[in-house]
Design a protein around this ligand. Sequence first.
Ligand code: OOB
Length: 536
Amino acid sequence: MLGCQPWPQDFAAFYRKMDCWRGETFGEMLRDRARELGEHIALTSGDKQVSYAALDRKVDQLAAGFQQIGIEKEDRVVVQLPNRIEFFEVCFALFRLGALPVFALPSHRYSEISHFCAFSEAKAYVVPDRFAEYDYLPMARKVQQNTPTLQHVIVAGDSEEYLALADLYSEAEFTAPEVKPDDIAFLQLSGGSTGLSKLIPRTHDEYIYSLRRSNEIVELNEDSVYLAVLPAAHNFPLSSPGVLGTLYAGGRVVLASGGSPDEAFPLIEQEKVTIAALVPPMAIIWLEAVKTRSYDFSSLQLIQVGGANFSAEIARRIQPAFGCKLQQVYGMAEGLVNYTRLDDPDDVIIHTQGRPMSPYDEIRIVDQEDREVEQGQVGELLTRGPYTIRGYYKAEKHNEKAFTSDGFYRTGDLVRMNEAGCIVVEGRAKDQINRGGEKIAAEEVEDHLIAHPNVLEVAIVSMPDKFLGERSCAFIIPHQQTPNKAELKVFLEERGIAAFKIPDRVEFVDTFPETALGKISKKALREIITKKLASV
Ligand code: OOB
């Protein structure tokens, strides 16, 4: 498999025998749904909508267009589109060609995109012209200049000197290559902890298994209407069960550009949404907004919340406020997804992050020496299973640390298992900040800051925040002159990093606290900033 670590043969045979992997591909899945459901609406976005049959046709036309410009099986294509119908046309067209979308988020900027393009040796990059007041073309130009493999920039909207996505739909025949169920379907992004995001190879068969299993747990069917408010490229809204799960079930997806109640609440009423997925800060905003706005939420059956720690105090308010069930979702782009079940007692739904979705998910909770801890004790979660990767894309060295020798993924999450067998996330061992569901690898941002002439040393840590759960704080030892905080922000913006990665706070210090081994003690830094915040 193209730069990837496949499942060992005996495991693959087992997952097939247990009927997890059924030999499905995304291209065929859409073909089947179009045959079965025809004019049933698949996707709604603003005043546009597309049926399963029409989506299937558009996908073929786009696949033909992609083929004409030379996109072939196994080519990588960085896709950075907001929640619009074209996003899924692009993805399925690439799936049918066996080409691999690399799922960037709309908030990514030059630094991230140029890394994804260079590292994946992308042949094409698909962008909107504008989204959320940002012009993508100047960034795309810079990316193209610096990525020798990049042959095409394809623009949804006003394309200027580049190819317009709208012009690629072609009536020409396209020759579909053989796409196998165990081929890689796409590359997703890791939240990262050591430097830049790693790429996560997901195959058709195992990802479709995760959809099928998620659908069973969430009871998704042809009557379901899924509201996508989170950026669809992310694993949670993509597959848990998300947009792809809904399409697998033959339901309808309503695409929203974001999670604001101004947009989402009228959509719930008009489109009779049955299920929506949120990160915790959005749930807080929705709970506030629902007090003053009266919309008909009677169609809503389930609100899923995941991606970051969700406090029990807030979790308990969902059901009474919206008259629907809550489901906590604790997952990761690398694979494992845990859900509370619809019929779990309130206590489980409010206080835990659920349990693995598959009976074949294997869980170990271990101490620092990889020894299993006693039941109920906190340790790092390791996992292996039918939809959890065995290695990152082209990252052999990193994989040695990120996986155990017997193939368990080291999640970096500190969890405990309660008596009911449910997982409670207690913290994190990895050097990452979870800013309301958006993941920041401390090292990645530290590497940018250290490039500033007045930064001698830097360490970024999380600080508690009522709304986002965590925000980021950069501790800096200045070099010669203390830099101005605003100037540091501009410096990072100019280097082109996603806005959510810019430290929320900067603290200048003379020295860093150290561990017994003489390393920077991030634990002590977290304590310093937590105390400081509590004292104001
Ligand atoms: C989801 O995926 P990623 O890859 O953006 O982030 C994974 C990490 C986990 O390792 C954990 O640290 C954190 O995000 N996380 C949670 C959580 N859900 C994810 N921490 C506490 N409570 C939760 N409920 O975030 C993701 C992927 C699929 C489904 C849901 C979330």
